[in-house]
Ligand binder design. Structure first.
Ligand code: AMP
Ligand code: MG
Length: 340
């Protein structure tokens, strides 16, 4: 009996494989992170990421099968992140997925990486529509409205830097190192929101802008140091975190007021942020008829369990790709036409 889906993810700096049963039970979730290597360079080096994916992918697949205690001939389909992401990195997972699909003679399911992040929430609660997904990651900051499953409208987004990117850059300015998100989040808990940072407004009712905030912190830190004065790193981290998170949460609340929403989910690496989780929970308290779902912390960073969950939904719709499937490094959600 073929009753499992094998999912692969290699869009950035995590090589991951997961096995899910067709009834939705997650059997294994193996993630090999390259973070230690990229930390040496202060950020993800695309060429090194591709090489490490090539070195690791077969071990990750093997370990995932072993953990799930199943054989390759029990797999019904292969789900694969085919974009967006780093092109060389995507190609490694894609080629492995296509080889498995070809040799096992089973379907290939193309999964949009951000849809995977959105589906991480379904490990907590079933998706409910209309749904607003607050997508916050290293490369994306989008307010995605879904009237029904796989129906995407981007109602708001960043007009410049992604929120995770701003976190990483500000962490570097503050000397906190890479990756910046968790470091700022931790420092923030030791600090107070005492710095009067600006709240830049973007054009467009539901849009946000992060580059002005980042540049302000940069200039403030340099000017203060030039005067021979000290910055309190924990306080600055706290003030930055408060402004950065308030900006996106404020816009999400505007969408909730203006649109018909039954469920709000948070998706992407920044969904792990403690202040984001606290603030959105507090702001949502007054909406008795709207469900808030936060992804489990183990499913916020890149992983294949989320790709498996999205893949399972797509499998049930017979949404398959042919073996000439290619990587789509800048794939927009608007071009993910599952319902057509
Ligand atoms: P992703 O692009 O989905 O792989 O997520 C990676 C991004 O999430 C990076 O920019 C990280 O700095 C950021 N990130 C991870 N954990 C946190 C956190 N606790 N707070 C803020 N940002 C975070
Ligand atoms: Mg991601």
């Amino acid at each position: 009996m073929k009753e499992y889906i094998l999912a692969l993810e290699s869009s950035c700096d995590e090589t991951a494989c997961s096995i899910i049963k067709l009834d939705g039970t997650l059997l294994s979730n193996i993630v090999s992170s390259q973070i230690d290597t990229h930390t040496l360079y202060g950020g993800v080096m695309p060429e090194i990421a591709s090489r490490l994916h090539i070195e690791n992918i077969n071990f990750v697949i093997k370990e995932s099968l072993d953990k799930a205690n199943i054989q390759l001939d029990e797999i019904a389909a292969i789900a694969i992140t085919s974009g967006p992401g780093l092109i060389g990195a995507l190609h490694v997972g894609l080629q492995a997925a296509k080889t498995l699909a070809l040799t096992l003679n089973i379907p290939l399911i193309p999964v949009h990486h951000l849809v995977g992040h959105i589906y991480a929430n379904s490990y907590v609660k079933e998706n409910k529509y209309p749904c607003l997904a607050i997508v916050v990651s290293g490369g994306h900051t989008e307010l995605v409205y879904m009237k029904k499953e796989f129906d995407f409208e981007i109602v708001g987004s960043t007009t410049d830097d992604a929120i995770g990117e701003a976190y990483d850059k500000v962490a570097r300015i503050l000397g906190l190192g890479y990756p910046g998100g968790p470091k700022i989040d931790k420092a923030s808990k030791e600090g107070k929101d005492i710095y009067k940072l600006p709240y830049p407004h973007a054009n467009g009712k539901y849009n946000v802008s992060y580059s002005g905030l980042k540049t302000y912190v940069n200039n403030f830190v340099h000017n203060t140091k030039a005067k021979g004065e000290d910055i309190n790193i924990n306080d600055m981290a706290c003030s930055f975190q408060h402004r950065a998170i308030e900006m996106i949460v404020d816009k999400a609340m505007d969408v909730i007021e203006d649109y018909d929403v039954k469920q709000v989910v948070v998706a992407g690496g920044v969904a792990a942020n403690s202040y984001l989780r606290e603030l959105i929970s507090k702001r949502m308290e007054k909406y008795n008829d709207i469900e808030l779902v936060l992804p489990p912390l183990w499913c916020c960073g890149d992983n294949a369990a989320m790709i498996a969950k999205a893949g399972l939904s797509l499998y049930k719709r017979n949404y398959f790709a042919s073996l000439d499937l290619s990587a789509k490094p800048s794939w927009s959600l608007l071009d993910y036409k599952v319902n057509e």
